[in-house]
Design a protein around this ligand. Structure first.
Ligand SMILES: Cc1cc2nc3c(=O)[nH]c(=O)nc-3n(C[C@H](O)[C@H](O)[C@H](O)COP(=O)(O)OP(=O)(O)OC[C@H]3O[C@@H](n4cnc5c(N)ncnc54)[C@H](O)[C@@H]3O)c2cc1C
Length: 354
């Protein structure tokens, strides 16, 4: 028997799952279709939320607003599900370059930056250097981390119990609407939302919307180095997972011909790992996934200019864990409360240049 829901969502990664949770919180019914890819960006990611990034030490776009939002958001779901997946973390970043140190020190004169970063203390440096080959000077960035696998497993269970979660790959271009309603399998709705990450390029619906996927490669390793509890950034990230196990990443490639992990990526990660911890490790896995990056580095959200009821919720690039909860709510307000979309995220900005 067919069933009508307020929205059908295709994609159950961080974007689709968070959107469904946001809808359910507000009493909106939905069905999520996901083809269950445990090597999608959402699962391969280490879930770091870093307030200041890159060689130019840029504060993450909207960080102050995002932070006010994602802290209570993730904490509430942790309480509800009685699991732990969200933590405050220190990111120890090696900056062995005088010019960069001067640049960062100049930024830290601004209280807006100083609240998110400080120089490492000598004792912290000594402590780290007893464990790994950390190159001084170093700075501590105050970030957060979401264990995306634990979050997604619990989100999927919750959505299954409170709405509909269907493990299935949907052939996007074959979906049609009749009388203003989209029908997929046993569900129909006035709203069809594509939250498919980089795979939105598989269909003609939003392939004009600025998507420029970036392949990220990571290693999962086991090492006997003395256990670290903080995150290390020295060219690459070394992120403690469970006992003796670390996430190492990432190696990025723009416009690669395949999503598969490459020898080049593996060699890059091994080279920097060797500088950081020597040879004391075993590679358990080498994974790769496409980040749904957008040319102007802003999400793409909103209705297709020519297809009523067809929406994009995509383009969260390398910052899905911080951006998605905030924009899921923003999208809800637009869809169901008649509020305007922020222009800088409106997918329509790419339509005119199409
Ligand atoms: C190596 C790497 C490291 C990263 N590190 C971080 C980090 O530290 N912090 C951070 O915030 N972000 C990080 N990211 C980025 C983050 O992973 C993304 O922003 C986020 O996962 C995007 O989520 P998404 O749901 O839009 O896309 P995806 O994760 O790609 O999910 C799309 C989902 O849609 C499903 N799907 C697609 N097409 C169909 C279809 N036709 N039918 C049914 N289902 C379909 C897929 O199976 C998948 O589950 C990283 C990404 C990578 C690759």
């Amino acid at each position: 028997m067919s069933r009508e829901v307020d929205a059908i969502i295709i994609g159950g990664g961080l974007a689709g799952a968070n959107l469904a949770l946001s809808f359910l919180n507000k009493g909106i019914s939905c069905a999520v279709f996901d083809k269950e890819d445990l090597e999608s960006a959402s699962y391969v990611a280490s879930g770091i939320i870093n307030p200041i990034t890159g060689r130019r030490f840029v504060k993450t776009w909207l960080y102050d607003q995002l932070k006010e939002y994602f802290i209570p958001y993730y904490s509430t779901w942790e309480d509800r599900w009685q699991v732990s997946f969200f933590n405050e973390v220190n990111i120890f970043r090696s900056i062995p370059d005088n010019k960069l140190v001067n640049d960062l020190d100049a930024k830290l004169a601004d209280p807006d930056y100083a609240m998110y970063c400080r120089p490492m203390e000598a004792s912290e440096g000594e402590f780290l250097r007893q464990k790994i080959n950390f190159q001084l000077p170093g700075y501590v960035f105050f970030g957060y981390q979401v264990n995306t696998s634990i979050f997604l497993e619990n989100a999927r269970d919750y959505i299954t119990e409170n709405a509909f979660w269907i493990n299935d790959k949907i052939s996007l271009d074959s979906v049609n609407s009749t009388n203003g309603k989209y029908k997929i399998k046993d569900f129909y709705s006035k709203r069809l939302i594509l939250a498919c990450g980089a795979q939105a390029l598989d269909s003609s619906w939003f392939n004009w919307a600025g998507l420029n996927p970036n392949r990220g490669e990571v290693l999962k390793i086991t090492s006997n180095i003395p256990q670290l509890s903080d995150l290390i950034k020295q060219k690459i990230f070394l992120v403690p997972e469970s006992q003796n196990q670390y996430w190492v990443g990432s190696y990025s490639t723009w416009a690669p011909s395949t999503e598969k992990a490459s020898e080049e990526g593996k060699n890059y990660l091994i080279r920097h790992l060797k500088n950081l911890i020597g040879l004391d490790y075993r590679i358990d896995n080498h994974l790769a996934a496409f980040r749904p990056a957008i040319t102007d580095r802003r999400p793409v959200i909103g209705e297709h200019p020519q297809k009523n009821g067809l929406y994009a919720f995509n383009g969260f690039g390398s910052k899905g864990t911080s951006l998605i909860p905030y924009f899921a709510d923003h999208f809800y307000n637009y869809l169901f409360d008649g509020k305007p979309l922020a222009e800088e995220v409106d997918v329509a900005r790419y339509w005119s240049s199409n």
